[in-house]
Design a protein. Structure first.
Length: 295
């Protein structure tokens, strides 16, 4: 075969010419680039899903979205289910943009925060413990509430919802000394959300402030403060108290001197009595005694 430079040039030019003829036809036959999903008419969903649409209209979310759609400020069902024009045109083969299968993969907040971002900053949720644990919005909240006043709808989450997952904590609430959360005669006195930011990240540095929001008698300020009360200790009040429940009185972690010796190990030979607070009665703080002997 002749491989001279002239021959190679002729072959190269022929290949370029062939490509120029074939490429336009390939471009014409190539699939169209994906475009942004389009919203269907707000009333389109009810044409096929009339029973679902009628039931939704009687619920709070449905009533709000229906009103927003009438005011041309929303897409009704598509606010939660995503742009669905393609589904309307081909309902057999094309699903809605946000299917239940997709939302189960810890993306429910993407949908819910479209409306609720003024109450729950998206960045707080993404940094939160529940998000990290794969908890879905509807694991705790129900979108099927009746169409009542909004103030009734956003009542604080019930603690029994929390213990469905946090079963180890439920056992602590059954101990003799416990926060009044679960027992029937104590309902609504304290809720998990009073202490925990259920949508954000757990913090271990602000417990003293959280505890003092209810326990005003320990708030101070004191001239001589216990380190836990002033916040100088990492665990703060939790250095001494078990917040959910304890077999010891006053939610104490230990009975007797063992409680104080967690920090005051240098006083192990100082033994005037069975409990340190027999003498140091002002354990949270004092205005008169640096040794917390009196208030």
């Amino acid at each position: 075969m002749d491989c001279s430079p002239a021959t190679r040039s002729i072959v190269w030019l022929a290949a370029v010419a062939a490509a120029a003829l074939v490429l336009p036809s390939l471009l014409l036959s190539a699939p169209e680039a994906k475009t942004t999903p389009e919203y269907a008419d707000p009333d389109a969903c009810g044409l096929c899903h009339k029973d679902v649409a009628d039931a939704a209209a009687k619920r709070l979310h449905g009533a709000i979205l229906e009103r927003r759609a009438a005011e041309a400020k929303g897409q009704n069902c598509q606010t939660c289910h995503g742009p669905s024009q393609a589904h309307v045109e081909n309902p057999i083969e094309v699903k809605t943009a946000w299917t239940p299968e997709l939302l189960k993969r810890n993306t429910s907040a993407v949908m819910c925060l479209n409306c609720h971002s003024n109450q729950i900053p998206a960045i707080s949720w993404r940094k939160g413990d529940h998000h990290a644990g794969g908890v879905q919005c509807w694991d705790c909240h129900s979108a099927d509430r009746p169409a009542k006043a909004h103030s009734e709808f956003i009542a604080r989450p019930a603690s029994p919802v929390c213990v469905e997952c946090h079963q180890e904590v439920e056992g602590l609430f059954r101990l003799n000394s416990h926060h009044p959360v679960l027992r029937e005669t104590e309902q609504e006195r304290v809720a998990c959300s009073d202490c925990h930011d259920v949508h954000g990240r757990r913090s271990e540095r602000d417990w003293a402030q959280r505890c003092r929001s209810c326990h005003l008698e320990q708030r101070g300020p004191y001239r001589f403060e216990h380190g836990a009360i002033s916040g100088r200790l990492m665990g703060s009040c939790l250095e001494c108290h078990s917040p959910h429940g304890s077999p010891n009185a006053n939610l104490l972690k230990f009975t007797g001197r063992g409680l104080c010796l967690q920090c005051h190990g240098d006083k192990v030979t100082h033994f005037p009595g069975p409990a340190c607070w027999t003498c140091h009665t002002a354990v949270h703080g004092s205005n008169t005694s640096p040794q917390l002997l009196t208030r």
